[in-house]
Design a protein around this ligand. Sequence first.
Ligand SMILES: Cc1cc2nc3c(=O)[nH]c(=O)nc-3n(C[C@H](O)[C@H](O)[C@H](O)COP(=O)(O)OP(=O)(O)OC[C@H]3O[C@@H](n4cnc5c(N)ncnc54)[C@H](O)[C@@H]3O)c2cc1C
Length: 404
Amino acid sequence: MPDILVVGGGFAGVWAAAAAVRALRAAGADHSVGLVSPGDDLVLRPRLYEAEPHTMRVPLDRVLGPVGVRRTSATVTGLDPDGRRITALDASGRALTLRYERLVLASGSRLERPALPGADLLFDVDSLESATALDTHLRGLPALGPGPGRYTAVVVGSGFTGLETATELVGRLRALAAPHGAAAEVRVLLLERADTLAPGLGPGPRPVIAEALETLGVETRLNTSLARVEPDAAVLSDGTRLPARTVVWTGGVRASALTALLPAGRDALGRLEVDAFLRVRGVPGVYAAGDTAAARADSGHTTLPSCQYAIPLGKHAGHNAAADLTGAAPLPFAPAPYVTTLDLGGAGAVSTTGWERTVRLTGPEAKTLKRTLTGQWIRPPMDDAEELLRQADPAFRTRRAATA
Ligand SMILES: Cc1cc2nc3c(=O)[nH]c(=O)nc-3n(C[C@H](O)[C@H](O)[C@H](O)COP(=O)(O)OP(=O)(O)OC[C@H]3O[C@@H](n4cnc5c(N)ncnc54)[C@H](O)[C@@H]3O)c2cc1C
């Protein structure tokens, strides 16, 4: 039985487990840390809109093995906070019960898919499996032979994921079509049901985003959503039937369904209400981190579902779960100031600072930052216990925390 059990092997879960080990070692305590998640890898979700998404993962055992975290490959199906145990199913369907003293729930979030006709034909970039399915589909387009909509992609939603997906798809589709002399057939449309492009990003970066879309030739349709999907077409809310072989849904995410199994308050995204130490309010012994937690980021804002918060949330939750066991003082959650860096495909990127999202970098400079962030900084160290534990300190801040 692990004394501290972390549910989820994403950014929050990995850093919760590492931070718990670090805090226990610092206290000279002999407690164990375990992590349960269905897969054997940390999936780098922020890179799933790129080509070859199946490579966007880091083996959990090479990160957490060196610090002695006991890993269980299983899907958690039940939480019993009164009995301090969870139930799970492993890959062969065997039922498991795991007991704990402190639990960190870091089971992340999932894309909310719409209930519209043909929804099963929609692609998305939310998980390794779905992003790989899109990648396989795109690579198969040349073999379909000439036909309307072969290299047309419709991306639904102009939030962060929709913008990164649409701008990246231009280059990916052109690279696939060019060897067949069909680069001119590439067409990417971005649908936004609001009357403003990128409504959630605010006015700061909007001109840079609009210019990037124009440069890349991405067509934007405002006040427009998706009505229906057919195997070779997207039917828009205004009745337009658009030949398109690829329709990608990027609506919002919702916290893991496990959050609903706790007798606790949740926000509109299903995220658990936590206190300053990331304890789930009203559920003793349980902490939440990453996309399962609605934590206070600063005096006027709640955390957003993002790596930028998942990593420090994980470190604080793991640290505090260990501190609670050893009698050490817990640390209040204190993330770095809010920043964003949005990839704009072949048109570079845009980096902003503050909640009003003031633009601070654009073009190639912002692109270099984005590549460094998602190519290097979000990867936890592998095969290196000392470096992992050094970075697991909740107070560990590098340039990356200030530039995510
Ligand atoms: C395309 C895309 C682009 C993004 N870009 C950015 C970006 O640029 N910047 C940024 O900060 N954020 C970005 N994000 C958001 C970011 O990826 C998430 O906020 C982050 O991954 C959340 O980390 P997490 O550990 O809370 O959850 P997840 O990464 O969702 O990990 C959850 C873990 O829990 C496991 N799990 C789920 N259910 C169970 C269960 N029942 N039992 C056991 N284990 C379970 C999963 O297998 C997984 O290991 C992006 C996301 C996407 C999809």
